[in-house]
Write a protein that binds this ligand. Structure first.
Ligand code: HAM
Length: 451
């Protein structure tokens, strides 16, 4: 029997994992500087959290959720997105007890959507995102959009298009939905089955339909800009003015509606097209949500947030040579020449790991030529040959891989030897050997106890 990974999932191998870690570190550092705290919510929630939160009319809830009954017959769902779960977390933990300033969270983790797998679209994927929840207004929206732009720039992405639009408040959306129902009702018999259902559940979702036949009809639909109340127009104008002051280069796209039902007022997406014209689609998106907290049983608080898709971000960074492949090499490769030297090689490696060197021990073969080849393949700085002959003199052979130069070094001098080359300053304050329960030898005059 041959097993493969589940359709739409993918193994994240080491270079890609390092890329994800890098992206996460860059984003998290910036989020922390904006005073967002990292949190994590469970990977599954009761289904209602998403059904009510994301909306019964959305494709995510209608078609894409991994939902099942647990052994007690409760319906649970693997999270298809973070926002509804985070709002549930705020309510469950009554985090709004004393809201003098908004709650600010960042997150990174896997999500699950039963979508048709294709380039940049998986059934298990990862997001980094933030949510800002409290007594907030359009200024928080602008701050969050500007933070997202700063994050993308920090990754080296300069040519990202920031699309923004507004869905207005309740009154605007009620009037707009009515206008859409009037318009689409006249065309619905020529539209796909999905759109027929969307018309009943949420006519706004018809605007997301990708069916080329329907798109012609959609192009003639009323535009939300014609239905904005005076208040909503003013709020959007103020948001745009603030974005300008914050130096965010946005484009207003009146056809942008986003696929989740909880949005109101400002919504936004980040798009990237490479120099060669490859369109990576939305690498992230978000918006303001005025009713989600209340809809999930909480008080009248509003929120704004966004999420970046890590798979899309990583592949566009690699494809466009922005994220240089960073293959982590080995600093020190210890090579015992027989079983007799294995324990010395292992304790030397442990000692050097504790001193901060990436160290490897060749444990499976004692063939010097093969191990040197492997060291080369592993991008090693130094091979350390641990052989009986030199051990008699409490020494090892150090071979610098780049120039093949060999030196015999006494074990007691080995740390100083490498520290000099790697320019490690091991005065008391900088020494980390005391950490992780290792005995420190850095300041000893003799290093007998590692022999
Ligand atoms: P979303 O637009 O559904 O928004 O997803 C955000 C990003 O996740 C997308 O722009 C895309 O890069 C990535 N993404 C979505 N689906 C897939 C998939 N199947 N495969 C790979 N990547 C994918 C949200 O999830 C909202 N919760 C964002 C938000 C936060 N709004 C307010 N706060």
């Amino acid at each position: 029997m041959k097993y493969s990974n589940v359709k739409g999932t993918h193994d994240i191998l080491k270079d890609e994992q390092r890329g994800y870690d890098y992206i996460e570190t860059v984003f998290e550092t910036i989020a922390a500087n904006f005073c967002f705290d990292k949190i994590e919510t469970p990977m599954m929630e009761y289904t209602d959290v998403f059904a009510r939160g994301v909306g019964e009319g959305s494709d995510v809830v209608r078609k894409e959720m991994y939902t099942f009954l647990d052994k007690a017959g409760r319906s649970v769902t693997l999270r298809p997105e973070y926002t509804a779960g985070i709002v549930r977390m705020v309510i469950s933990n009554k985090m709004y007890g004393n809201l003098n300033s908004p709650l600010k969270f960042s997150y990174f983790g896997p999500l699950f959507r039963y979508e048709r797998p294709q380039l940049g679209r998986y059934r298990e994927f990862h997001q980094f995102g933030v949510e800002c929840i409290g007594n907030i207004n359009y200024t928080n929206d602008a701050e969050v959009i500007s933070m997202a732009s700063i994050m993308l720039e920090a990754l080296g992405l300069k040519k990202v298009t920031v699309k923004i639009n507004t869905l207005g408040g309740m009154e605007t959306r009620a009037n707009y939905k009515k206008a859409l129902v009037d318009y689409f009702s006249a065309h619905i018999d020529k539209m796909c089955d999905d759109c027929n259902e969307r018309l009943k559940l949420n006519p706004l979702r018809i605007l997301d339909c990708k069916d080329p036949n329907d798109q012609e009809i959609i192009a003639g639909a009323p535009k939300i800009t014609d239905y904005l109340t005076k208040e909503d127009k003013k709020a959007f104008k103020e948001t745009k003015a603030l974005l300008k002051l914050l130096d965010v280069k946005y484009k207003v796209d009146t056809s942008l509606v986003r696929g989740l039902d909880y949005y109101s007022n400002t919504i936004f997406e980040f798009h990237f097209v490479s120099r060669k014209g490859v369109d990576y689609g939305a690498i992230g998106g978000g918006g303001h949500y005025s009713n989600l907290v209340k809809d999930l049983g909480g008080p009248e608080l509003e929120g704004v947030g966004f999420s970046f898709g890590i798979e899309r971000l990583y592949s566009l960074l690699v494809d466009n040579n922005i994220l240089k492949e960073d293959k982590l090499g080995v600093n020190l490769y210890f090579m015992p020449l027989s079983q007799n030297e294995v324990s010395i090689a292992l304790s030397l490696a442990n000692y050097f790991r504790a001193c901060g060197y990436r160290s490897e021990v060749a444990l499976n073969k004692f063939k010097l030529a093969a191990n040197l080849k492997e060291a080369e393949r592993r991008n090693t700085d130094f091979a350390i040959i641990v052989a009986e002959e030199e051990l008699h003199h409490e020494s090892v052979v150090v071979k610098e891989m780049i120039n093949q130069q060999q030196t015999i070094v006494e074990i007691k001098d080995l740390l100083t030897f490498f520290d000099k080359i790697y320019q490690v300053d091991r005065n008391e304050d900088n020494c980390h050997c005391h950490e992780e329960g290792h005995e420190c030898h850095c300041h000893d005059d003799d290093n007998d106890d590692i022999n």
